[in-house]
Design a protein. Sequence first.
Length: 371
Amino acid sequence: MALNVDTTIELNLKDIISPYTAGTNSGFFVTMRGSIDNVLSRSEELSIDLEHGRFEVQLAVSPNELLTRSTYTFYIVPKHVIFENDKVEVTLNVAWITSNFSCNINIPTGGCTASGNKIALVSSGRVYDGTALELVIEGLINPYYTGTHSGFFVHTKKATDYVFAISDELSIDVDYGKVEAQVAINPNNALTRSTYTFLVKPKHFILSNSDIELTLGSAIIPSDFTCQYSVTGGGCAASGDTVTLNSLSTVDANTEIEVIIGDVINPYPVGTNSGFFATPKSGTGEVLSRSEELSIDIDYGKVKAEFSLSTIQAQLRSTYTFLITPEHYILENGKIEVTLDSTAVAPDFSCQINISAEICTANCHTIILES
C-alpha cells in the first residue's frame, strides 16, 4: 500500500520489556526500507527516560518482641520483570542475621546469601510483573529496643549489582520481650535471715554488659548480703529494694539464669508477700522485659524462752527471770509480750532488760515491753 508524503503512522508495540537502566536510554531508531530491503531513510537517534522499577511490598514479623528469634515474611509484588540471574535483595536495618538463618521463596532460586544487614537470592528463571512473591526468612533476631524501626527495603539487582528497582521504606513495630521467673526462700520465717533463689528465664537474648534487676518487695537487703549467679557477670549491687546483677556476658534466649541472694531479711507480715519481679535491662538502663509479679509466703518467726523464779513459795513476791532468744530480728518499735498465766502482777512491779527499751507495762497477766 502506497502512502503519501507526510502521512503520520502510529505504531503501538505492546508487552515490550523496557531496559533496566534508570535514566536516559538511547539507541532507538526508525528505518524506512524499500521492497528489496534497501534503506531509504533513517530517523535521528531517539531516547526514553526511565525510572527505577517499583514494588508493592508488605513486611510481617512474628514474634515481634525485642531480641527474640523471629520470622520475617516479605510479601512482594514486582511491577517489573525479574530475569534469570537477577537478584532479589532485602535490607534488614538493625535486625541481626544469625549464622543459621534460612529463607524460602516461591520462585526457583539458587539459595540465599547474607552480607552485613542484607540477604540476597538469585532467580533461576524469569518472573513477570504482577507475580505475587512470598519471601520467608527465619532465624533473625529482632532489634533490642521497643518502638517503630524503619530502614527495611527490597531491591532487585542485575548480576553486576546494578540496582534497577527499589521498594518504599518498610518498618516494623517491636514490643518488650518476655521473661519467666520464680523465687524461693529458705527459711521463710518472718524477720529471719534467708536465702532467696531466683530462676530467671528470658525469652530473648541478653547482650553483653546488660543487667538483671531483681526487686525484693518488702524484704530488707542488708549491706552484707551475698550473691551468686550461674552466668558470667560483673557482680551484684543493692539499692533500695533491688539487687542488680551487673554486666552480664551475652546469654542466649531461653537460658535459665539462677541468682542466689543470701542473708536477706524476710518481711514481717505473716502470709503472702508480693512485689517481687525480675527485670532484664540493657547496658544503658532500658527495660527489655519484666516478669509477672512474684510472691512469697511468710510464716511466724521462732523464739526460744525459759524462765526461773527467785522464790518458789506460793503467793510471795518473786522475781521472774526470762531468757528469751528470738531467732529473728526485732525491729525498732517492736514489742516483747510475756504472759504470766494466773500470776498476779503487783501494781508496783518493775522490769529490767538487757536491750534498749522505753517502757514496760502490765495488763492483768500480761507484761509488754516496748523497744
